[in-house]
Ligand binder design. Sequence first.
Ligand code: ZN
Ligand code: ZN
Ligand code: ZN
Ligand code: ZN
Ligand code: ZN
Ligand code: ZN
Length: 631
Amino acid sequence: MSLSKILTEDFLTCSICHQKFKDPKVLSCAHTFCQHCLQGHLDRNCQGQPRFPCPICRRQCVLPGGGVSGLQTNHLLVSISQAHGQVEQAKAAKKCKICCMKNVSNPPTATKRCLDCEESMCGDCSSDHVLHKFSRDHKLFPVDQFDSDEYVTELRARQNVLCDHNNKDPVEIFCPVCKMFICATCMFLEHQGHDCLRINIAANKRKEKLELCVKPIEKKSLRYDLFKTAAEDQKVSVEEGRKKAKSQVNKQLEQVIKIARQRADDLLGEIDAMSNAKLDILNSLIATATVEQNQLKNAVDFSRKLIHHGNDIDVLQMASACEESSESVQTLDTPNLPAAMTQLQLFTKDMEECVTSINSCFGDAVPAASGRLLTSFKVELAKSAELIIHVTTDNNGDTLCGIWCKDDSSQNRIHIYNSNFVLQGTIPNPRAAEKDGFAGIAIDDDGNIVTRCQVSNEIIVYSKKGDHVRTFHSESPQAVAINSKGHYVVAGSRTLTVHHKEGEVLQSTPDPDVKYIKYVHCNVNDDVIVTGDDHIRVYDSTLQLKYTYGTQGDLDGQVMDPCGTCCLDNGDIILTDLCNGRLHLVSPDGKFKRFLLTKENGIDRPKDVAISHLGQLVVGEQRGKIKFFEL
Ligand SMILES: [Zn+2]
Ligand SMILES: [Zn+2]
Ligand SMILES: [Zn+2]
Ligand SMILES: [Zn+2]
Ligand SMILES: [Zn+2]
Ligand SMILES: [Zn+2]
């Protein structure tokens, strides 16, 4: 912020009284208030207490013994306020001061102001001013530039403090012992041997020191930026996932409705068909009955007519025909109604089963890796004989890569990259002379880098700067992990051992020897996951074997050259499956859940995995690519 801007902004306004600061006092949270405003705040809210909350940010501040007046005065604000007052004063002086003093009638407007005399003057008077012997080197400033930075800077440079001894001589010296600003005379007379410094030199020294304090805070603040960006990214991803999953649910719903509607239509059709068939039968029976009944009626009719209307001759002539007709219907009989059930009804099976089926066809909403590749970088490998063996990250966002050189293990080394993937340093093989296999990176609770040399039976610890911290003995170590207690868990070729970070053995158990180099990782419950040739062995925190996961192959739950592992917060294990080019997601009790990433996500021969401090999945590929995926 420019100086002139500071003068006009809220910078000079107390947020309690909304006036210009009076006796500004600064709190440990860097907020400033007028002394009397703070006093009022304390009287109202926390009388007699040794601590009080900042009226703005609520951070607890300590009240010094002397009360509010004992708080640090904000000298910066005092002197800036003073400059502000001077600017206001300068702006208010419209007329030439010299002409006014000369009692010139109708004094002309001032065009310049002398910074040394703090007087504004007209063109003529200012020309005279710089010719005068005593004011020749005075600095004149045009009145229309009072709001410029330059003017304020000039004013600030002239704000000098006078020495207590006579209130005339300006101070030049700072006494660090007495913490006083003094004149040169006072230094000789009263501050001998106090390591006094010129004020500007003392100030520059303090500025340098302050710079050293501020730098790491600024750096930390940048890490917050990264964190916030990553969190915002995840928010976007959550929304994407929400949209996708919801549309899947709606699709399933449509499917279920379609299938249900089809079934209902089929059923309605079936009901119609079955009912119609029954009705057809009944109708045809009724038709037959009607025909037969008509035959009966005709026979009866014929005879009745003869009986009632025929004369005797007629009767005798026709009777035999009537008898014949009666005889012919003798054999007719009413048809039988079918004994089958006549009604249809919907026979519904247990609704519970239906709910289960519908639920199972909808599926469940489960967390899934978005599989989005966020970023990647390439570790420069000297030749094809070199490969990435380990990858891990620390809380600063740095990435550490272990490089293994197949034909010359003296070249084994660890690269440290910062969050912009710029190489910060390399830890060379400390046992290069013996060509020992140097590898195995874990970051311990002190932020140190834990490595191992297998043949020399050593766990070797380095600082982040690459300085050696300590070395201790561990039997044929192949991999090392850090558990929640900060202990080192070492997978040796025949043992699994928990060391105190200083080396003391806390627990140990036999662990089978395998062909390839082991990997080891600890989850949140301190379960220990050791990678063998074609499976992982999971031990509990007391090193009892809980289960193994994996067999050789390329199906679900099968692996080809498993290597590094890492864990999610819920205990799920992420396992690299090098030759199948995929990552397994394994439940904490050792069940295959699904493939987290496959070749389709663009991973190639994943050798090791880690979760970064931003919650990203870091995949170290054997051929040198380090890829960061969103989970
Ligand atoms: Zn105030
Ligand atoms: Zn505050
Ligand atoms: Zn004048
Ligand atoms: Zn002057
Ligand atoms: Zn003095
Ligand atoms: Zn002194």
